[in-house]
Structures are given as structure tokens and as C-alpha cells.
Design a protein around this ligand. Structure first.
Ligand code: FEO
Length: 393
């Protein structure tokens, strides 16, 4: 139990040990499931619960603080890492009502079997008084589910935006004390969770603009007591601005594609372009996702396997397509032995990218002089395209 402001406490769980979220997302630095308790002069509210694996931590934090009554449990988001302990909390605090928007209510009934009579539904902008503290509910759709909502604690100027502005980072510090470390974790989180909803993120950033915010207390990672830091980072990531960067995710079986990737990366560096290269059979997909936040161009490298792309390259294309980065240009380099539909298959996996496809470079067997010339030409074309965007030095 740690205090954000008088009568506003963090009561959630720090998870230092977990290394995979949703059986998909690597968590190199663990995570936290933040839950907050607000004690008003008349009523007490709990904002979100914790992942069900950590319910005992939440209940023991509440017990340690002598919380005997909870009037409202605010459910900002139905995903189980925040809602999964709701049934236990409702069992223990039999008079507590769940405060949610109608969409979230439906999802909580579907996912957790919570009875309808436990709910109070709230509209966008509606307030709820705890006595000397007032909660204002702000719908923040699609960060990153359709029902996501935040709460603004008016008197203390604290925004609780749930996953929005969060970071998968387990730390014993309540507040951000290492901005560069938190920046890295928050950007990784944005790339994996929020980037597909860039347009809605910009809408939500604009919606929050009129609020005077002193503290942002998200549902993962440390609390921001200098909120401009994370708000400005989000504005940058979600903007239309791309950087003079090329992401080169590649995989190779017998060295042909690796040779091409290595030559091509050198060619880009010689032209003053920043390159982020990832070997796909060993890649941390979070790092790859982060690199997609800013890059103007992606060039996927793949050999041909059974006529199509190597499955690792297919996975990278699937991921890029799902994450919908603001990438402007895409190309493919790679190799084949006797026949290939690798380029057609890979490009067909990228319909969500609003990017121009630049002429791929595919070699038969090990790359030769004419292939290196073609790679130089592709590097020249990328430089020219980046110049056209005005993003080169
Ligand atoms: Fe942290 Fe979307 O749950």
C-alpha cells in the first residue's frame, strides 16, 4: 500500500517474475497490475483489480490497510489482467457495486459471469461523488479494447487511464524515477498494444487536452508525476511523422539471404540511414515492434521454403500487418533455389500497411555482382524516397 496523494493509494501487485503476457508478448522487465484505492469522506472506491494470479496480493494489501468496506469498484477495462480478481473482490465486499460503461458491463458479464445487479453503468463525462472527492469518467475507446475508460479524480487532478500510457515494467518505485528506462518500456508497450489504434489514440489525446493533470496513474508500470513526459511521447509515436530509419527483419537458412541482408544494411548505413536489423529466428518481437513505431521503411529478408517465405519471415509480416505501423515504404530481399512465390505471398500478407512497395531484390542461389548492384539501387531508391519526405539530414 503506497500513497499517491492523501487518501489515494496504490494497492495492486508488482509481478517481477512473469516473462510472457497473453502467451505472446515478452516481458523482459516483468509488469505490474495496478489497482488504486480512493477514500472519500463518505465512500470508498477501488479502481480496477489485478490479474487473478495476484488476487491474494490485492486482498492482503486491502486487509493490511484495514479496508472493511468498498462502495464502488471502478472497472475501466474488461481484460482479465485488471478485471480477473473482480469476482473475489465482490465476494469479500458484498455491498460493493461495479461501476462500468455499458460495453464493459456486458463484457464482464460474458467473461467473468458477474451478476447484472452488481453493476452501475456510467455515461461519458458522468461524475460520482465519494464525499470530498469526485470521480469523473472519461470514455477512452480503443486503448486498446472498445470499452476502455479512464477516471479523472477532480480534486487531486489525477488521471487513471487504465492501459493507456502504461508500461510493462516491474519496479519497486511508485513514481517514475528512471525516465529513459520507463521510456523504453512504455514505447515497447505502445508498439505491442496501442499502435494498431493510432487514430483513436490521437482522438483520445485530444479529448484529454482540456484536463489539468498532475499525475497519470496507469494500470501497468510506474505512476507519472511529470505527465508531460509520457503524453509528449505518445504524441510523437502516434503522429504521422516517420524517421529516416529502415527496419530489416530477416532470416536465412544457408547464408544467401544473410549475405544480402548484411550487404544491404551496410549500403543503407553508408547512405546515412539508421538501420534496425533483426534475425528472425531469435528475435524479441517486442524490440521488433518498437522499431516499427518510427521507421519510414521495412525491408523483409527471406529465403524460399516450399515455394513461399520462411515461416519466421511470414510471422514478421503477419505481426507488422497486425500492428499497422505508419511505415511508408516496404520491400523484400531474399533468395530461392529453383522456384519462388515468396514475394507474392509476403506482400499479400501486408494489406493493412498503407505503404508503397519498392522493387524487391531476389537472387537465385548465392548473391552475385548483379544482386549487389540491385541492392545498392534499392538503397538509393529508399534514400531518395526518404529525401522526398524531408526526413534525411
Ligand atoms: Fe492491461 Fe488490456 O489489459
Amino acid at each position: 500500500m503506497r500513497q499517491l496523494k492523501p487518501n489515494v493509494y496504490a494497492v495492486g501487485a508488482i509481478d517481477f517474475d512473469t516473462r510472457l503476457f497473453d502467451r505472446l508478448i515478452p516481458l523482459p522487465d516483468g509488469t505490474s497490475y495496478n489497482s488504486y484505492l480512493i477514500r472519500g469522506s463518505e465512500k470508498t472506491a477501488l479502481l480496477d483489480t489485478v490479474d487473478p494470479t495476484k488476487v491474494e496480493v490485492l486482498l492482503s494489501n486491502l486487509a493490511e490497510f484495514g479496508v472493511e468496506r468498498i462502495d464502488y469498484v471502478i472497472a475501466h477495462h474488461a481484460e482479465q489482467d485488471h478485471s480477473g480478481s473482480l469476482p473475489d473482490v465482490l465476494l469479500q465486499f458484498a455491498d460493493a457495486k461495479v461501476v462500468a460503461n455499458p460495453k464493459c458491463k456486458g463484457m464482464l458479464m460474458d467473461l467473468l459471469g458477474i451478476e447484472e445487479d452488481r453493476f452501475i453503468t456510467v455515461k461519458d463525462g458522468q461524475t460520482l461523488s465519494l464525499g470530498d472527492k469526485t470521480l469523473q469518467f472519461i470514455y477512452l475507446p480503443w486503448v486498446h479494447w472498445p470499452e476502455t475508460m479512464g477516471t479523472y479524480l477532480q480534486e487531486d487532478k489525477i488521471l487513471f487511464p487504465c492501459d493507456f500510457f502504461g508500461a510493462h515494467l516491474a519496479t519497486s518505485s511508485l513514481f517514475v524515477d528512471d525516465q529513459s528506462g520507463v521510456y523504453e518500456s512504455a514505447k515497447r508497450y505502445y508498439a505491442e498494444i496501442m499502435m494498431p489504434f493510432r487514430r483513436q489514440i490521437n482522438n483520445n489525446l485530444a479529448k484529454l487536452e482540456p484536463l489539468e493533470i498532475e499525475i497519470i496513474a496507469p494500470s501497468h508500470g510506474p505512476v507519472h508525476n511529470r505527465p508531460a513526459f509520457i503524453v509528449n511521447a505518445y504524441k510523437d509515436w502516434a503522429s504521422d511523422v516517420v524517421k529516416n530509419e529502415v527496419v530489416v527483419p530477416y532470416v536465412s537458412m544457408h547464408g544467401s539471404t544473410a549475405k544480402m541482408a548484411s550487404y544491404f544494411v551496410d549500403a543503407l548505413i553508408k547512405r546515412g540511414i539508421t538501420v534496425k536489423q533483426f534475425e528472425l529466428s531469435t528475435v524479441d518481437i517486442g524490440k521488433l515492434a518498437m522499431s516499427l513505431v518510427d521507421a519510414a521503411t521495412i525491408v523483409i529478408g527471406s529465403p524460399t521454403v516450399l515455394v513461399g517465405p520462411h515461416p519466421c519471415a511470414g510471422y514478421a509480416a503477419f505481426l507488422a500487418n497486425a500492428l499497422r505501423p505508419k511505415t511508408k515504404f516496404v520491400s523484400i530481399i531474399g533468395s530461392f533455389g529453383w522456384g519462388s512465390k515468396m514475394v507474392e505471398q509476403l506482400t499479400s500478407m501486408l494489406p493493412n500497411l498503407k505503404a508503397e512497395i519498392l522493387e524487391p531484390v531476389i537472387t537465385k542461389g548465392y548473391p552475385k555482382d548483379n544482386d549487389f548492384i540491385a541492392l545498392d539501387k534499392l538503397a538509393d531508391e529508399i534514400l531518395a524516397k526518404h529525401k522526398g519526405l524531408g526526413i534525411t539530414n
